[in-house]
Write a protein that binds this ligand. Structure first.
Ligand code: SF4
Length: 374
């Protein structure tokens, strides 16, 4: 069982908050596709077990919807011809509302895409404009109508909260809109102002400030409570789903399932070693995939830290017994500290799992840092 991630590092323009790895030089797409295709072929024996079943394929970006249907179909066919893709594989594509129309959506369905992740970010025009997004709220509504008309069952959207210029009440209107659609998945990310972005520069010039931590926390729980009322499970700190529609692809990262990442900057994990491709789009376009750029063998300590970090960010938490059996040497070092967080009611032990309490979830990154073995 494994997953494949394909990176599409192109965007029409840069959103004001985004520091992801991408280029706005769309003319490189054709050459990029050629080199990505070669990488798919070159790395067909990446997985340690022969005929490893590929359960998830994920086109992420950047903006994968900047590839035409023919280009996407070419990649999907190539994957099916070189890897053992499961009959009910989850095939996700991240799409932006300004790239979509009925014909494109119908085409995505025809070529086998069965899960959409739509970069809505907000249903308020003011927010979209401030964030430098290329679509408006009207386009988002139109796209959602079309997506469900086309019969997509597994549809998620991304939202960004914690916007310094809008009030909590304004932002929470987004959730009231969401409830009108049969969406299965919501990713709600807090805005972070990264250095080097337009927002980063405005922050340096003191023109834009992040919202207060207490406001962030209040909003986090307002979002949690409202989505819960609407039947969504808050299964990971930034992710909500309905009816068990977790992102199978992302969940497999948390469950240490091997994955192959294709494209510049993409990471891979074969169950033993972690690899990463050089994050250099220009080199990738001119020379193609360069094998052997960098890798690390994960030690038991690395795996312990990773399990702790990924597990405690989920609603399920970490299984105490599993931690003891697999990592006793490390777990006994932190057990006292875990108990301290439990006594202070930031963590709790329930049904064999250690997980964050309501008080602890918002500050879970600090708790994880405290428990890390260095
Ligand atoms: S579309 Fe996505 S990847 Fe591209 S600049 Fe905007 S946020 Fe970043």
């Amino acid at each position: 069982m494994a997953g494949i991630y394909l990176h599409v590092p192109f965007c029409k323009s840069r959103c004001h908050y985004c520091d992801f790895f991408k280029s706005t030089k769309l003319e490189y797409r054709v050459q990029y596709l050629e080199n990505l295709s070669s990488e798919i072929v070159d790395r067909k024996d990446f997985f340690l077990e022969k005929n490893t079943k590929i359960e998830t394929i994920y086109f992420g970006g950047g903006t994968p919807s900047l590839f035409s249907l023919d280009q996407l179909f070419h990649l999907i066919k190539l994957l099916y011809s070189r890897y053992s893709v499961s009959d009910n594989a989850e095939i996700t594509i991240e799409v932006n509302p300004d790239d979509l129309n009925r014909e494109y959506l119908e085409g995505l369905k025809t070529i086998g895409v069965n899960r959409l992740s739509i970069g809505i970010q907000s249903f308020r025009d003011e927010d979209l404009k401030m964030m430098g997004r290329r679509h408006n709220a009207r386009q988002s509504f139109q796209v959602l109508e079309q997506v469900f008309d086309e019969g997509f069952q597994n549809v998620g959207i991304d939202l960004i909260y914690g916007l310094p210029w809008s009030t909590a009440e304004d932002w929470l209107e987004n959730i009231e809109i969401v409830k009108d659609y049969p969406l299965k998945h919501i990713s709600a990310y807090h805005l972070t102002i990264e250095p080097g972005t337009k927002f980063g520069k405005e922050k340096l010039a003191k023109k834009l400030l992040e919202i207060e931590e207490s406001e962030s926390e209040k909003l986090f729980w307002q979002i949690h409570d409202r989505f819960k009322q609407l039947g969504f499970e808050h299964y990971e700190i930034s992710n909500f789903c309905k009816d068990g529609f977790y992102s199978r692809h992302n969940t497999s990262y948390w469950n240490e399932i091997p994955y192959l990442g294709l494209g510049p900057g993409a990471h891979s994990f074969d169950g033993d070693k972690r690899y990463w491709n050089k994050p250099d789009l220009h080199q990738y376009i001119s020379k193609g995939y360069q094998p052997g750029y960098s890798y690390e063998i994960l030690s038991a300590q690395d795996r312990f830290n990773e399990k702790l970090m990924l597990g405690l960010r989920t609603g399920r938490g970490i299984c105490k017994e599993e931690m003891k059996v697999r990592f006793n040497e490390y777990f006994k070092d932190v057990e006292k500290q875990v108990n301290m967080w439990i006594n202070r009611e930031f963590l709790k032990f329930e049904n064999g799992h250690i997980r964050a309490t309501r008080k602890g979830w918002f500050v879970i990154d600090g708790i994880i840092e405290d428990l890390f073995i260095v």
